[in-house]
Design a protein around this ligand. Sequence first.
Ligand code: ATP
Length: 269
Amino acid sequence: KSKAKAYTTDKPSTTFADIAGYEGVKQEITEVVDFLRMPERFKEIGARVPKGMLLVGPPGTGKTLFARAVAGEAGVGFLSVTGSDFMEMFVGVGASRVRDLFQQARRMGRAIIFIDEIDSIGRKRGAGLGGGHDEREQTLNQLLAEMDGFEASEGIVIMAATNRPDILDPALLRPGRFDRQIVVPLPESDERKAILKVHSRDKRMGADVDMETMAKATVGMAGADLANLVNEAALVAVRRGSQEIERIDFENARDRVVLGAQRESVIMS
Ligand code: ATP
């Protein structure tokens, strides 16, 4: 298992059109897209483009989606890995996986490296009870070394996601590393409406479904919850023997989704 690749690679077809709302985030991120499209231009003029960008926000707000959309919009490769996938029982494996990851990115030319849940390897070093965690620290050190070891002009940008920027090792946030933070918060009512619409595009909706009302009734839900809600509503409609998704299906689905979330938080706490 320790020889297995820890990451996946592809060339996403995701674009900003797949992401509802978050206009401010899109604007900030467009700079990276422009850079990946023509790194020479930035290099010629001497502009320093961030090597690393941290997406900060609660689970399910579309951080992965944003990273994929950057790759999709720029037409570059996408390498994705979850922080905890670096961790193994055997010391040194995490570090060699980090090396692997960057080697692969270089082979792809221009690419986005996406590290989800970076806090699992990026927590402050030496803060653990009962001494440092050797494997984790080696992995983090290797990541820092790799980030220092390439020129931004090579056309590789590292995006990482976390909902705990406060516990990250300060070394990760220094200039030339993840020196740019973009907050991806829970969606506002208007954005929830837009997200519900995006996910209803290819579904048969009854005339009595009002997305405005649904948006108001889903305070606190992230994009992932809303996508899930639309799908649950479709399932409920089928079970009811209906030809289309109606308001009642959304209401039943919402109760299921909300109760499910509560059950989860009871288990977790
Ligand atoms: P996590 O931190 O838990 O990995 P995340 O922030 O990376 O979550 P994503 O995995 O990108 O969230 O989002 C999950 C799914 O939620 C997406 O694949 C998409 O279907 C839906 N989604 C989230 N935000 C949006 C949005 N703004 N517009 C449309 N769909 C969205």
